[in-house]
Design a protein around this ligand. Structure first.
Ligand code: SF4
Length: 404
């Protein structure tokens, strides 16, 4: 196996590997060597090889630790739609702002608080602006905080439940145990990730931008199990590895995807065995199935996807904010015009574009003044690249290696 230095990586890249993989430096060097070796065997047949990291937290690991700088030229890591804040349609934020101005107390997470809506409601283009204009909007870390606070004040309230399968089990437990006070309703905007992964790979294949392998979400898979990804692998015949969030986890997944491809295999693998099993958390799955119904849902930048969202089931509708406040459904038109003019989030969430190709990136659009949804959350690709990519360590190393 070649040493990294023999692979002509810059001293900065080597310095990076020493810093990033403090306790696993030897293993990291070995894995990068394997990645080089496997990709070399694939280069002739595949040319460029694209691996999608579906989850925003993996994109954070990859960008923050500069892992792209360790990839051989031609092996590209692209981000996917795994950021719930990025894919929540503006329609729902606008409705929450409107309800807040009508006197409903709105509870939300910190990143959703800053998410820009497409249309201004009574002069507010985000929940943060609505709060500045006098609406009662409270940032919480979870629905438990909202329950305690709503119980104490007794006013009509709404919890904006945005997230993927990981938050669904907590919401389900809350609904099944009926601990929500009468004055607090849940607006479930929970999205299911496997349909989005299928749709993303399909959209990219149609555009001839095939994804050759997938780094699948770790947290979500603790709930739904690795089995949930089998349909993607069966349909597209590409390797998929459920992966943890340390930089070494990501290197292992990349090496495994390449190894499977060299051997002509395409399987679901679990790298994150310390947290994920094939079947997942069956108890959580059972609670989710009781508390929610699966619906077609709209993904900002992608469109309507069948069976990709969770709304509160008939049995628990007394807790449902959609029922209580008569929140209208999202229309096709709402979704078609859901991003600010010029914003490339629609392409970025499916890995078709990079943030640095957006003309607004770090000019008009920054983490402190986001224009589009991908610049808000710590899981949004633009926000991650803004913090750790553009002009940061990852970019400097990539330039050094002449990767861009
Ligand atoms: S930089 Fe801003 S405007 Fe451009 S794609 Fe990202 S979020 Fe949208």
């Amino acid at each position: 196996m070649k040493d990294l230095a023999e692979n002509k990586r810059s001293p900065k890249a080597i310095e990076n590997i020493e810093k990033t993989f403090r306790n696993n430096e030897g293993l990291a060097r070995t894995l990068v060597g394997y990645i080089d070796k496997f990709y070399e065997r694939l280069r002739k047949d595949f040319g460029d090889f694209k691996i999608m990291d579906f989850c925003g937290t993996h994109e954070w690991t990859i960008t923050h630790y500069g892992l792209r700088s360790l990839m051989p030229e031609g092996l590209e890591l692209v981000a996917g739609p795994g950021c719930p804040v990025c894919v929540t349609p503006s329609h729902y934020i606008e409705k929450a702002i409107q309800l807040a101005f009508e006197g409903i107390v709105v509870y939300t997470y910190g990143d959703v608080f800053r998410l820009p809506s497409l249309k201004a409601v009574k002069g507010a283009s985000s929940l943060a602006e609505a709060k500045a204009l006098g609406a009662e909007i409270k940032i919480v870390t979870g629905i438990g905080d909202a329950i305690a606070d709503a119980r104490a004040h007794g006013k009509e309230s709404l919890f904006l439940g945005i997230g993927f399968e990981t938050v669904a089990s907590g919401y389900a437990k809350t609904l099944l145990s009926e601990i929500l006070p009468n004055n607090l309703k849940l607006m479930s905007l929970v999205k299911l990730t496997p349909p989005a992964m299928l749709a993303t790979v399909e959209i990219l294949s149609k555009d001839d931008k095939l994804v050759n392998g997938i780094i699948a979400p770790g947290h979500v898979s603790t709930i739904i199990g690795a089995k949930a990804w089998k349909a993607v692998v069966d349909r597209h015949k590409i390797p998929l590895i459920v992966t943890g969030f340390e930089p070494i986890d990501v290197l292992i997944a990349i090496a495994e995807i390449l190894k499977q491809t060299v051997k002509g295999e395409a399987r679901v693998g679990i790298e994150y065995t310390r947290a994920v099993s094939w079947d997942g958390d069956l108890k959580a799955q059972e609670m989710i199935a009781k508390a929610f119904k699966v619906v077609e849902d709209g993904w900002r930048g992608i469109g309507f996807l069948p069976e990709s969202g969770l709304r509160i089931s008939e049995s628990y509708k007394k807790f449902d904010a959609f029922e209580e406040f008569k929140i209208p459904d999202l229309s096709q038109k709402d979704l078609e015009t859901d991003l600010p003019k010029g914003c490339k989030c629609a392409e970025i969430v499916i890995g078709k574009e990079k943030p640095t190709n957006c003309p607004f990136f770090m000019k008009k659009c920054k983490p402190s003044s986001p224009i589009g949804p991908c610049m808000v959350s710590l899981e949004g690709t633009c926000a991650i690249w803004a913090r750790f990519g553009a002009g940061g360590l990852a970019d400097r190393i990539a330039e050094d290696l002449k990767l861009r």
